[in-house]
Write a protein that binds this ligand. Sequence first.
Ligand code: UDP
Length: 405
Amino acid sequence: MVRLSDYRHFIGIDELEKIKKLASYLKGQEIVHINATRYGGGVAEMLSSLVPLLSSLGLRARWEVLEGDNRFFEITKRIHNSLQGNMELKFTEEMWSHYLEINRRNSMRFEEGDFTFVHDPQPLPMIESRENGIWIWRCHIDPSKGNPSVLRFLARFIEKYDALIFSLKDYIIPLKRAYIVHPTIDPLSEKNKAIEPSEIEKVLERYDIDSDRPVIGQVSRYDPWKDPLGVIRVYRMVKEKVKDVQLVMVGSSASDDPESGKWYELTSREAEGLADVHLLTDLPDIEVNAIQRSYYVALQLSTREGFGLTVTEALWKGVPVVARPSGGIKLQVIDGVTGFLIRDLEDAASKVIHLIKRPWLSRILGNNGREHVRRNFLITRLLMDHLRIMGELDKISRSKRYGAK
Ligand code: UDP
């Protein structure tokens, strides 16, 4: 059972009191969050902390997960990829109608709340079942270079929401009142809580990783946008200069991501002939936590990234991050302060080598990274943003109702 007071240690008593006060205005209200998967990916990660925290503050919070068949998730992956900028993908009438049909069926499974937060495009059309509540679409990806015809199709639903939330200013779709909320991590979750060094040793041993030698890696779904093949190429270059380095990649097969098997295969093929490569899948959170803590350097080579919670997680653990300057990564990796932003894969390899050879520099960047996350990207800040937004929308809706009478 989570309690807000457990976070006092990270944010101090004043912040805690502010949160409680904001929550008191909304006491007893029902809040529903709807997304497409309970495991894997940043959205599930965030909801598994946010929803219990809202409940602990006296709000009636629920988390509902869309049910769909493989066909549905193939279509929604196609929508996701088109919104992230793939212009090649085509959609047939049949695809759109299957997408809508699955949403219609899910609408019958759950009731709206006083506030209903719909996450990402998969459940977007559920707005059609709205009755009296306030509906908010929370877009976690970067749709700013999205395929215009797909955006046009989705606009008919987006327009019906009361408000939209995006991760960065650059991502706003200017159809409705929009808020910016940077994603966050939970410092007390299994993924991020402090663990004993002996636990880290044990996990490394379990996967046959040598704890006497440096480890680098990337934690991310096996997905083309995360550039897992680029990670292998960087490792190849690093390995030529630092003979004893090891690569540990951790990826999950999120249940809403049908492409992960294929990309895992491609990644392991790319790594053929390379020594000390560990491609791990579907690790429990506590093991992901241990692996991230074992990194000398964390890579995040995403070519497109909504925010990049894996970066936040690594920084929180005091690990410097070498990353492409994509999307929300730019807010987190401050070049030369919390890690390095890279131009290309050669640059990435040289920055990794630079850090492996300078433990003192890694220590400085690591400390900066942890403090940067503490100030800006902890779940308590997200909670505060959500409470503020609900308070504001509640006020607007009341004044509309009052005005209409
Ligand atoms: N994750 C995980 N196991 C994996 C791969 C990823 O638990 O094998 C988690 C990761 O720790 C992070 C989230 O999934 O919390 C990924 O969020 P991010 O914003 O980096 O990317 P997304 O998958 O949402 O595009």
